[in-house]
Write a protein that binds this ligand. Structure first.
Ligand SMILES: C[S@@+](CC[C@H](N)C(=O)[O-])C[C@H]1O[C@@H](n2cnc3c(N)ncnc32)[C@H](O)[C@@H]1O
Length: 257
């Protein structure tokens, strides 16, 4: 190997995409904790400009004091062009860091491969590459719905039962068909779609098999077991629900009140 290639190889850093779990700091993997304690820099997402990143607060205790933290604002409601501009910039910056030999962490809530903004970056970073780049490692995390199933003792699928995971941003027709087709369901991104979901569950007599949890494993966690028995106020109907709210349904499981 000539000196130039050797220098380049030595210089290449690594990008670790780390799932930080649903919220509690001790619900991250041992591998994630080890990698977090070795990073030069981490990229932490925040949904609101200037606000602290939830993902960062989950893993703060594992970082070295000298690890740089770069908080970027990912646009949830902007148009596609504005979102693309942010992703292009972050992807470019991540690649630069890696080429400069740094150990970079990109943290994301839950698991990085499930409904994660990380996938917008993945498409940019490995676009047209037939092989996984050696400088990239994805560290899985505990998804929100596994944590909710555990905390609420609601099993998700046994034997031949089917499980669907769907975002409530899907159309009413798709949501209804999915509700009818599966034994168990995870409904993510409930927030403003809550009234529609309640109507669908009522129409198909499924409220009694559904539970909702908001801010699972965080100090603000709330659980509504058996949605048939919950007196929801107008406030709850969408507007005041935490963005981190998920509904689990198991048609073969009886829920207590
Ligand atoms: C962009 S997705 C991120 C999913 C994440 N990658 C995962 O593995 O859970 C955001 C949705 O995940 C769910 N979610 C994430 N964290 C949650 C939590 N702590 N409690 C309840 N739901 C949560 C909510 O449905 C929220 O709208």
């Amino acid at each position: 190997m000539d000196k130039k290639t050797e220098d380049k190889q030595e210089k290449t850093g690594k990008l670790y995409v780390i799932g930080v779990g649903p919220g509690a700091s001790d619900l991250i993997t041992v591998r994630a904790a080890r990698i977090l304690s070795e990073l030069d820099v981490i990229y932490a997402p925040t949904g609101k400009k200037g606000a602290k990143s939830l993902a960062h607060s989950i893993i703060e205790e594992y970082l070295l004091p000298e690890t740089n933290v770069f908080t970027y604002h990912f646009l949830m409601k902007a148009d596609i062009a504005a979102k693309n501009a942010v992703w292009d910039e972050v992807a470019h910056s991540l690649k630069e860091e890696v080429l400069n030999g740094r150990k970079v962490g990109f943290i994301t809530l839950g698991d990085p491969m499930l409904f994660s903004t990380w996938v917008s970056l993945l498409q940019r970073l490995v676009l047209n590459q037939m092989v996984i780049p050696p400088w990239l490692e994805i560290v899985p995390g505990i998804t929100s719905f596994s944590a909710i199933a555990a905390a609420s003792t609601m099993p998700l699928s046994m034997e031949n039962q089917t499980l669907a995971v769907i975002s409530c941003t899907a159309s009413e027709a798709v949501l209804e068909q999915t509700l009818l087709n599966h034994d168990c369901l995870v409904l993510m991104k409930v927030y403003s779609h809550f009234p529609l979901i309640c109507n669908l569950l009522q129409r198909h007599n499924l409220l009694k098999h559904a539970l909702m949890m908001a801010d699972a494993t965080l100090p603000s966690e709330q659980c509504w077991r058996n949605l048939a028995t919950q007196p929801f106020s107008e406030e709850d109907l969408g507007h005041k629900l935490s963005y981190f709210s998920t509904i689990l349904i198991n048609k073969n499981w009886q829920l207590s009140r």
